[in-house]
Design a protein around this ligand. Sequence first.
Ligand code: SOE
Length: 392
Amino acid sequence: MAAADRARLGVGMVGYSFMGAAHSHAWRTAPRFFDLPMRTEMTAVAGRNREKVTAAAERLGWESAETDWRRLLERDDIDLVDICTPGSTHAEIAIAALDAGKHVLCEKPLANSVAEAEQMVAAADRAARRGVHAMVGFTYRRVPAIQLARQLVVDGRIGEIRHVRAQYLQDWLSDPSTPLNWRLDKDKAGSGALGDIGAHVVDLTQFVTGELLTGVAGMLETFVSERPVATEFSGLSGSGGAETGPVTVDDAAVFFGRMSGGAMATYEATRYAAGRKNAIRIEINGSAGSLAFDFEDMNVLHFYDASESATTAGFRRIVVTEPEHRYIGAWWPAGHGLGYEHAFTHQVVDLVGALADGADPAPSFADGLDVQRVLDAVERSAAEQHRWIKLP
Ligand code: SOE
């Protein structure tokens, strides 16, 4: 589309560390590889420390820097606020931004509690009536192999779903000297592995199956309850000194549930799976076949078609890098593969596409609330001797 025919979309981002860098990369890259229907501009980044936010703006490609996120709401050249800060700040920023008429992209999990998430959904509903839209950043939906998995389910290729098996395995905390950081602080993060990575597999399984969890029971564990206070921390690693402090969140979560179509579902989320770096493993078994995915081999989807002759039937390893696969046509020749950052770029592409159409982007804040209710139910179940908790 010709530049002059496209409406401008000024973006203001809050936060600039790991997630902020991933989102910045996406805002920079999306218009270079995809024919976006709006002219996106990286207008401003906000953070509390002037020196650091100015350096981040320079490094990540933002035109200006602000030391208070509220300034993004006052600026006429900003149309969308992208929230990349810890969960404790999501509700306040998102509600204020939507009420100020700015579209919102908010990192996951949507909030730190169901009550906050409900207020965010109410704000998103109010805003939608004025043509202002909100989306939550469950980025892994935008991995091409996950899109193919969803399509195969929609096309009935695995039939009626009976089992959903999901794991999100990392190991960055298995060393007890890894220092405290905001992800281990309940006041900031809301919960630990459960909300940080368990939320992703809850969303992914609900997205791929097109079903919701109707009830769950589970348990949580904190293996290391005291850690060094960080003297420096970046990404998921850092160092600390002799001073220690408490870990106030779960290190690992295990739970099971029932999907709305009747399938049995099991989940595991941990930061202690030594050797597993970012293994999002999902297997779905249906009456007509199965699907299996592992993010550590993210360009591949395994598909078993039960209608094939028993003599040759077997899991087929589909390399999801053909131009026919979702998003791939904009990238490299077949077989050249994508990485972690591409899902963030696809998130921008889908968000901008929806905004240009005046449509509500997915996943919506309501989808984020569905996940939040599952997280809350798992916490309650764990606190109440693994009691079965029904979901609305
Ligand atoms: C840390 O566990 C983390 O950065 C998550 O917060 C992200 O959502 C996930 O994409 C990678 O791991």
